[in-house]
Design a protein around this ligand. Structure first.
Ligand SMILES: Cc1ncc(COP(=O)(O)O)c(C=O)c1O
Length: 397
């Protein structure tokens, strides 16, 4: 376990992760493979630890955004198949071959580069062909040569085509008209593959939202991201189908308390000024940890199960909370004043109160995905199983 000395940490529940994976697995049609999306440091949760736990929970594939992320997993000893969902330049093909990493294929020059580097004794480059059915990001357009591209890829020496996939743009919306259109476009391509008996083992389309609302459109593999982390892709998906458990909590401790006199400025710019004698707590977390300065005037914290405001400007490494009489009236008073050393929750539950990634996202004008991804590398991740810390990662120590 890595050491950490500042009492700020993200607690990552491996039990919740497992439950969420099992919930999706049991809700998908029998035989559907599961890819755990661990890109962006596993949406902030820690790529290597989440990948290892997902693999141990039966994930068949891991998904990442860049080759570098896949290399990190292999170097950590993770042998599960990995697909790079984003662009890999031909300069990375040799390493991908050597490490058995699969790449997404959607560019003509990638076929040429793969052919050039093929040779006796060189392992094949594993690849999944990406079709753009309406995301407008990566992928070959169905009407502009998808079938021919697939045929060429299958004939390219040195390539092993493992899969064919697409990505839905609006699967998290209530109205499924657009997703149906994307699914139909993809089905046309898949029908071509089937009609011509083209050997492509895994055909996949669904993200978490499609896994929740339209599992019948997933194909042979669900690419599970946000749902695995216990968060819903949107408020519009059918949340009643799954009771997901959030995997990440963000916790810290009060490192100083004081009663500031009336008219006392709190934090940079003295934007908050005490009205009377106000009890203030200082927290060792700030915007450099991913607790965004844009939450200034909006953020809340949980202390003794009571919701309190963050006061004044959020600094780079610290911020202040109100331990005021109003909060006292709601519960502090009974057990004496809040003191340094007491736990504070900034994301997650304490007592009956919850601050969710959606709450924070709404305050920032963003989505829950970005809230967990924002958590900085310098925040230690403490992995918890059965209520016990089983490992800690802290790149600083
Ligand atoms: C191609 C692809 N598939 C699957 C996913 C997982 O999506 P989600 O986190 O919504 O489940 C992503 C993530 O954005 C993705 O880019």
């Amino acid at each position: 376990m890595d050491a950490y000395y500042r009492p700020t940490r993200a607690e990552i529940s491996l039990d919740a992760l497992r439950c969420n994976i099992e919930a999706f697995r049991s809700a998908m049609p029998a035989g559907t493979l599961l890819m755990a999306s661990v890109k962006a440091n596993a949406y902030g949760h820690g790529a290597v630890e989440i990948a290892a736990e997902a693999a141990a929970s039966g994930a068949d594939y891991l998904g990442v955004a860049f080759l570098d992320e896949a290399v990190q997993l292999r170097r950590a000893g993770i042998a599960t198949p990995v697909l790079v969902l984003g662009y890999v330049p031909p300069s990375g093909f040799a390493l991908a071959r050597e490490l058995g990493i699969s790449v997404a294929l959607f560019r003509e020059d990638a076929l040429e580069a793969a052919a050039q580097s093929a040779g006796a004794g060189v392992p094949p480059l594993k690849a999944h062909i990406k079709i753009d059915t309406g995301m407008g990001r990566l992928g070959v357009l169905p009407e502009q040569g998808a079938a021919a591209f697939i045929e060429r890829a299958l004939c390219t020496p040195g390539l092993e085509i493992e899969g064919l996939f697409t990505h839905f743009a609006k699967a998290d919306e209530c109205d499924k008209t657009y997703t149906r259109l994307q699914y139909d476009r993809f089905t046309d391509v898949v029908d071509y593959v089937k009609k011509h008996d083209l050997p492509i083992p895994v055909i996949h389309a669904a993200n978490s939202a499609a896994g929740i609302d339209t599992p019948e459109w997933a194909g042979g593999m669900l690419r599970l991201g946000i749902g695995m982390y216990g968060l819903y892709p949107s408020e519009e998906v059918n949340k009643r189908r799954f009771e997901l458990q959030p995997v990440m909590s963000l916790k810290t401790e009060i490192v100083m308390t004081k009663t500031a006199p009336p008219g006392w400025g709190i934090s940079y710019g003295a934007k908050y000024v005490t009205k009377g004698n106000e009890r203030i707590g200082t927290l060792p977390i700030g915007y450099a940890d991913g607790f965004s300065r844009m939450l200034t005037g909006k953020a809340e914290a949980l202390v003794r199960g009571v919701r309190v405001p963050v006061l004044g400007t959020i600094c780079m490494d610290q911020c202040m909370i109100a331990l005021d009489p109003a909060a006292d009236a709601r519960g502090f008073g009974a057990s004496g004043p809040v003191e340094a050393g007491e736990e504070v929750v900034l994301l997650g539950c304490q007592g009956d109160e919850v601050i969710s990634a959606e709450d924070i996202g709404a305050k920032l004008g963003t989505i829950n995905y970005e809230v967990t991804c924002m958590l900085a590398a310098r925040v230690p991740r403490v992995y918890v199983r059965d209520g016990r810390a089983v490992s800690v990662t802290n790149p600083l120590t």
